[in-house]
Design a protein around this ligand. Structure first.
Ligand code: GN1
Ligand code: MG
Length: 391
C-alpha cells in the first residue's frame, strides 16, 4: 500500500539529497523532466514507486502558493508499449470521454478522472528525451491512497464499483477507434502459443525445473481458450475494457475511503468485460499476494469474491448481455491461467518482460497463479451461486 504519510515523511528525512534523483542510466533528472510540462509551482523532490512492474514511476512533490501539489511522473516502457504516442492519444481520448461523464454525474474532475499534463512547448501529453524514452506527467489525486492488498470488504466492494463505473462511463465510446497498445493482450490461445515457443527454445535451460507447472497449464488450455473463442465467434461484444484491473489501480480518498479515479490506462483497449472482472478477482480475492511463494496460503476468498462482485455487477448489470453475465466466472479462471502462462513464459525466457526482484520471482508468481486456478476450479459451484445473486 502506498501511504501518503510514508511519502511525506520520506521527503522530510531525505530533503538534502532527493532533489538529485536521476532516472536509472540517464542524464536527465526527474526535476528537469517536470520542467518541460505545463505544471505550476516549484519542484521540491521525488521518490520512485515500485508497485507497477512495467513502467518506471516517480511521485513528485511541488509547492505552489504555499500549497503542496503532487504529480506522478512515468517513463513509458517502450519494449512493452511500442508506440507511446498512440498510447497517449488513447489515454487523452478516454480520459476526455470519462471527464464528460464525471461532469454529468456532478463528480469532481480533479478526483474522479486521471489528468495527463501537456508539455509547455508543443502541448503534447508526453516528452521524449535524448535517448528516445517517453515521459508523461499525471496529477496525483490529493489526499488519495491505493491498496496493494486489503481485507476490508467495503474497500473491495468499492474497487468493484470503481471498475464497474469505469466501464459504465465509457459506454458508448467506440472501442474500435482505440489504438491496440499491446496486440492480443488477453488472447489466451496466443499466450499459450508463445508459451510453447519458449518451451521449445528453452534459452536459459530452465524447462527441466518446471515440468509439473507445464503439465498443469497444458491441462487448463482448452477451458482457458473458450473466452477468446466466444469473442472470435461474435458471441461476446467487444467493449472498451481496462485490462489491468488490479486493486492498486483504483485510488481512494484517504479519509472517507471513497473510491475515486481508476489509474493505469495503458492497456485500455477493446476486450471482453469478463477480462476485467476476472483479472480483478484473481488479484483482489486471492488470500495471498500474486507473488507469494507460499502456495499453501493461496486460495480464492469467497467473501472477497462476493464483495467485489457486488460492487462491479451492481454498476454494470444493465449494460451486460445475458451471455456476458454467464461468462464472468470463466473470466476469473481464464485470467488466472493466462497470468500463470505469462509468468512462466517469462521465467523460461529469462525474465525479460516483468520486472523481478530476485531470481525465480516469475516462477513463484506462476506457481501462485496455478494454485489459485486450482482453487477456482474447486470453488466453481460456490462462485456461480454468488454471482447468480447479483445478476
Ligand atoms: C503488469 O505493471 P503493472 O503492475 O501495471 C501487466 C499486467 C499484469 C500485472 C501482474 C502491460 O501490470 O498485465 O496483470 O503486471 N501489465 C502489462 O502483476 O503487461
Ligand atoms: Mg498496468
Amino acid at each position: 500500500m502506498i501511504k501518503t504519510d510514508d511519502i511525506r515523511s520520506f521527503y522530510l528525512i531525505q530533503k538534502p539529497s532527493y532533489n538529485r534523483v536521476l532516472y536509472s542510466g540517464g542524464k536527465v533528472t526527474i526535476q528537469e523532466i517536470c520542467s518541460f510540462f505545463d505544471i505550476g509551482g516549484k519542484y521540491v523532490g521525488c521518490k520512485e514507486l515500485s508497485t507497477g512492474i512495467i513502467n518506471s514511476t516517480y511521485h513528485v512533490e511541488y509547492i505552489r502558493d504555499g500549497e503542496r501539489k503532487d504529480y506522478i511522473v512515468q517513463k513509458i516502457n517502450k519494449t512493452v508499449f511500442k508506440n507511446p504516442k498512440k498510447l497517449m492519444d488513447n489515454i487523452v481520448r478516454v480520459t476526455e470521454y470519462i471527464r464528460g461523464n464525471v461532469i454529468l454525474n456532478e463528480l469532481s474532475t480533479k478526483r474522479f478522472v486521471l489528468r495527463a499534463f501537456v508539455t509547455k512547448k508543443d502541448r503534447k501529453p508526453y516528452w521524449k528525451d535524448d535517448t528516445g524514452e517517453y515521459w508523461r506527467v499525471y496529477r496525483y489525486i490529493k489526499n488519495s491512497i491505493t491498496y496493494d492488498a486489503t481485507d476490508n470488504l467495503r474497500i473491495i466492494q468499492r474497487v468493484g464499483q470503481a471498475f464497474g463505473r469505469f466501464q459504465d462511463f465509457l459506454d458508448g465510446f467506440n472501442a474500435k477507434t482505440l489504438y491496440v497498445t499491446i496486440p492480443d493482450f488477453h488472447n489466451t490461445p496466443k499466450r499459450y502459443k508463445a508459451f510453447r515457443a519458449a518451451i521449445k527454445k528453452d534459452p536459459k535451460k530452465r524447462v527441466k525445473w518446471v515440468a509439473k507447472e507445464i503439465e498443469d497449464l497444458n491441462f487448463y488450455e482448452e477451458r482457458a481458450s473458450l473466452l477468446q473463442r466466444y469473442l472470435d465467434e461474435g458471441r461476446l461484444p467487444l467493449r472498451v475494457t481496462h485490462n489491468d484491473t488490479k486493486c492498486n489501480n483504483v485510488t481512494f480518498d484517504k479519509d472517507t475511503d471513497e473510491a475515486l479515479a481508476v489509474l493505469d490506462l495503458d492497456t485500455v483497449m477493446p476486450g471482453a468485460v469478463a477480462y476485467d472482472f476476472g483479472d480483478a478477482i484473481r488479484f483482489i480475492a486471492n488470500n495471498a499476494l500474486e507473488d507469494d511463494p507460499d502456495t499453501e496460503k493461496v486460495s480464492l476468498n469467497l467473501k472477497k469474491y462476493e464483495a467485489f462482485t457486488k460492487g462491479f455487477i451492481t454498476e454494470l448489470k444493465e449494460d451486460l448481455t445475458s451471455f456476458e453475465k454467464k461468462t464472468m466466472n470463466l473470466g476469473v479462471f481464464t485470467m488466472t491461467v493466462e497470468l500463470a502462462v505469462r509468468f512462466l513464459t517469462d521465467y523460461i525466457n529469462g525474465d525479460k518482460y516483468f520486472k523481478t526482484k530476485y531470481p525465480g520471482h516469475n516462477l513463484d508468481r506462476a506457481r501462485n497463479q496455478i494454485a489459485l486456478a486450482k482453487d477456482i476450479l474447486r470453488k466453481t459451484d460456490d462462485i456461480d451461486k454468488i454471482l447468480a445473486k447479483y445478476i
